[in-house]
Design a protein around this ligand. Structure first.
Ligand code: GLN
Length: 552
């Protein structure tokens, strides 16, 4: 079958939920036996989000191949349970870098380089490259931003051209919009949706489906109105009311017959009946009243929860599988330095210190690790959180407050975390960290190995600094156990503390591989330890209730 393409655009407001809609429709198609991949087109001129502040952009999501990508790729991977590739995130920066590089080499043989066709051709080339790179039969393509933005015009023009290039039956356009609610009259308004569809049509794209997001129930008259004014079938106007639990979205779209409509339009037949048993069981857990376990997440960008999207989701996955509810107390690490929020952290059932860069708030995170160590509170350190757990222990064990990571103090007497040797010569900041999947050998007899039940694992990385091997012995005496190492034994990947219920730090980011149907073993073990501390009885889903690993 020819590769099929579904294009997602957004209207009215940003953050309207295009990413989740694309991810959820991807799941509907996968449930019907199709190989699916999703690609995000980001209109900004950065080559990738790797060098952007999380305040600007939210989390940087890392793929197996080390690509630093938009956080929507996290939604795609979690909903569809796929491993995506570098080609699945394209930015304006990448397109221009490529085209200008070719121009400098003389590849265009004297031509004038223009947005159409040179930029649009490069965009189209990268869209059609996804199927080959991922083996997908249906490629979903989400355009970042909102229709009407200047920056996304070349992307939209490329999508318009693709209908002609690839054929009407092989392309489908889905426009995701927002229905504002006027409190005074108690009405949902369709006018912004009409205008945004009109804008899209002026570019030459007639959407085949309109997904209308709303905080309030959408009645039939609204659907009829959108169908009439936007020239789409009534069946293709899909109201999507805000849900507290993201993972209900595929079920919602299933109920509205979205997959049937898509398949019909593209001349496809489902290969199997979707089986939502496990998915329903998981989402049903959310509806249940469950005991609450409290986790203090001590970070630097806590005002913006999107900066820790995968960590939050991984905690939720583990909680669903243990039959508990997780409440995250978002703690600003700089507050701890001022003596604020210490009571919340000390009273938490578990403390999690996620990844991060730069010196702001570092001492607060070290304090959090100290509270966890001395109070025997379960602690989970991810990347920077692992490094600071080591710094805290060193300060205590060697009785020297100046121990540090050289990221924060170049002249420290105890550089217990130091730049990796191959990082010394690097001057470019973009895409030059130790990135992506690396193997880690687990040490038998450790908490970590008991959690994973495997001899070795592969996890995703994003760091420049590492544990300084000169401190292995000294810290072993203080109770630090190395629980995971690179296959050559050189890089410390996981540490844990002896005589502590659960104090584990990973140099990698386990949060990127957690899935709603397959929570990450370390997140599960951490949350179990937190529940034990809070004397909360867990009800783990039994083996036959847990979906098996699903390969796409
Ligand atoms: N800043 C640290 C490093 O580069 C930690 C990185 C992270 O937490 N992702 O090693």
């Amino acid at each position: 079958m020819p590769t099929k393409y579904i294009f997602y655009t957004g209207g009215v407001v940003s953050s309207v939920g295009k990413g989740v809609t694309a991810a959820a429709t991807g799941r509907l198609l996968k449930e019907r036996g199709f190989q699916v991949a999703v690609q995000k087109l980001d209109p900004y001129i950065n080559v990738d989000p790797g060098t952007m502040s999380p305040y600007q952009h939210g989390e940087v999501y890392v793929l197996d191949d080390g690509a630093e990508t938009d956080l929507d790729l996290g939604h795609y991977e979690r909903f569809i349970d796929v491993h995506l590739s570098r080609v699945c995130n394209m930015t304006t920066g990448q397109i221009y870098a490529e085209v200008i590089g070719k121009e400098r080499r003389g590849d265009y043989l004297g031509g004038t380089i223009q947005v159409i066709p040179h930029i649009t051709n490069e965009i189209k080339k990268r869209i059609t490259a996804v199927a080959k790179a991922t083996g997908a039969e249906i490629v979903l393509v989400e355009v970042g931003g909102t229709v009407g933005d200047i920056e996304s015009l070349p992307f939209l023009e490329s999508l318009r051209q693709l209908r002609g290039d690839l054929g009407r039956e092989n392309t489908l356009y889905i426009h995701v919009t927002w229905l504002p609610y006027i409190g005074a009259t108690g009405e949902l308004k369709t006018k912004p949706t009409q205008h945004s569809v009109a804008e899209l049509r002026s570019i030459g794209i007639n959407p085949d489906m309109v997904v209308a997001r709303s905080d309030y129930p959408v009645d039939k008259s609204i659907i009829d109105k959108i169908a009439l004014f936007c020239d789409v079938d009534k069946r293709a106007v899909v109201p999507m009311v805000t849900s507290q639990n993201l993972y209900t979205v595929p079920l919602l779209l299933e109920e509205k017959g979205v997959a049937e409509y898509i398949l019909e339009k593209m001349g496809l037949q489902a290969r199997r009946k979707p089986d939502w048993t496990e998915w329903k069981r998981l989402t049903a857990q959310v509806e249940k009243t469950r005991p609450t376990v409290r986790i203090a997440l001590v970070g630097k960008y806590v005002e913006l929860h999107d900066a820790y999207m995968s960590v939050r989701e991984a905690l939720k996955h583990a909680a669903l599988h243990l039959g508990v509810d997780v409440q995250i107390d978002w703690i600003h690490s700089a507050d701890l330095e001022k003596g604020k929020s210490l009571d919340i952290v000390s009273a938490a059932d578990g403390i999690l210190v996620p990844g991060g860069f730069g010196s702001r708030g570092i001492e607060g995170k070290i304090q959090a690790a100290g509270i966890a160590r001395t109070g025997k509170i379960p602690y989970f350190g991810l990347c920077l959180g692992m490094q600071l757990m080591v710094v805290e222990l060193t300060r205590f064990a060697l009785n020297d407050e100046s121990a540090n990571s050289t990221e924060f103090d170049r002249t420290t007497t105890h550089p217990v975390i130091d730049l990796m040797p191959d990082q010394h010569e690097i001057t470019d900041m973009g895409g030059t960290m130790r990135l992506g999947l690396y193997t880690c050998k687990l040490v038998p007899g450790t908490l970590t190995q008991a959690a994973y039940q495997q001899e070795q694992v592969e996890e995703r990385h994003r760091h420049r600094f590492e544990f300084n091997n000169a401190y292995r012995e000294k810290l072993a005496e203080a109770g630090l156990r190395i629980a995971g190492l690179s296959p050559d034994g050189r890089l410390v990947e996981i540490v844990e503390l002896a005589d502590h219920p659960f104090m584990v730090g990973t140099q990698f980011h386990p949060e990127f591989l957690s899935r709603p149907n397959r929570p990450h073993p370390l997140f599960k073990a951490f949350l179990q330890a937190a529940c034990d501390r809070a004397k909360i009885e867990t009800h783990p889903l039994t083996a036959n209730q847990v979906p098996v690993k699903d390969k796409n």
